[in-house]
Ligand binder design. Structure first.
Ligand code: GUN
Length: 284
């Protein structure tokens, strides 16, 4: 039987700490961190994520602005909004919800965000800083995973860590953070041979593939720590992760559920990053 890591509880602890600091900052400087969230188009999942981000801002006491732009927004319109937000005094973090509609150039948009306000840590300059271990922000989902691992005092040093998935948002930075913590890291992807065997060698297995119930019990070592970054719908339309929880839970030592595992952590770490951005911009 695995210990189920409670992402709701850990994320709530992170947000409470941020909220306490916001109160102090308000008292001392008479201002609070501000986050601008931009969403383009009508993707229902993105809408839910953006609503969660807004709710978290209210909970921790941030100022927030939301820009919901129509699907047909042009590159120029979006770039000019980012420029405006880059220069806005009361906005410390700028987040453009991804994915963007196909006609928009996602990487140009990310690169247009001022690195000091890039609370997603997607800008090439922030990604580079993560590579060399000298960063101000960590991307929210991998940072949230590390927080979950730390909340249970799970040792990463010297462990075989396997990350399934190589996205810029999760897989690649996740591998880097595990490496910074002295894990021995393997990244698997759709072209990996012997995927099952490699996953079975993992002491810590992070699934970020985007395929419902992809990780089965024959891919997991007895006693492994299993972290599920997936957010999918199963054949009945029910929310599920990349891990077949029912099969894998009995053989793992720790496991994150979906929902209630990594998901809430992403938003909590965004709050933490926005607070950091505010402090840096105000030389605090
Ligand atoms: N889409 C899925 N995850 C994320 C995220 O962490 N940040 C942004 N901006 N978009 C996302």
């Amino acid at each position: 039987m695995a210990k189920i890591i409670d992402g709701k509880k850990v994320s709530s602890d992170v947000k409470n700490k941020v909220a306490q600091q916001v109160l102090k900052l308000k008292e001392m400087y008479n201002k609070v961190p501000g986050l601008a969230v931009v969403i383009v188009g009508n993707d229902p999942a993105s809408r839910v994520y953006v609503n969660n981000k807004k709710r978290a801002c209210d909970m921790v006491g941030f100022y927030s602005e939301e820009y919901a732009l129509p699907e047909e927004t042009t590159q120029e319109e979006l770039m000019s909004l980012i420029e405006k937000l880059n220069n806005k005094e009361n906005i410390n973090g700028v987040l453009v919800q991804l994915p963007l509609p196909k006609h928009l150039n996602e990487s140009a948009v990310i690169e247009a965000i001022k690195p000091q306000k890039d609370v997603d840590a997607f800008h090439a300059s922030n990604v580079g800083k993560i590579m060399i271990g000298e960063y101000s922000f960590l991307p929210c989902t991998p940072a949230g995973v590390m927080e979950l691992i730390k909340s249970e005092n799970i040792e990463v040093e010297g462990k075989n860590c396997v990350v399934i998935g190589r996205s810029n948002i999760v897989g690649k930075p996740m591998a880097m953070l595990l490496l910074h913590n002295n894990g021995t890291v393997t990244i698997c992807h759709s072209k990996t041979k012997n995927l099952k065997e490699i996953c079975k060698s993992a002491d810590i297995l992070v699934a970020a593939v985007g395929k419902p119930k992809f990780v089965k019990s024959d891919m997991v070592k007895e006693g492994a720590v299993v972290i599920d970054v997936g957010m999918n719908r199963d054949e009945n339309g029910k929310l599920c992760g990349d891990v077949d929880f029912k099969e894998v839970e009995p053989i793992s030592s720790y496991i994150t559920p979906v929902p209630g595992g990594v998901g809430p952590m992403t938003v909590a770490m965004l709050m933490k990053n926005t607070l950091t951005a505010f402090k840096i911009q105000n030389h605090i």
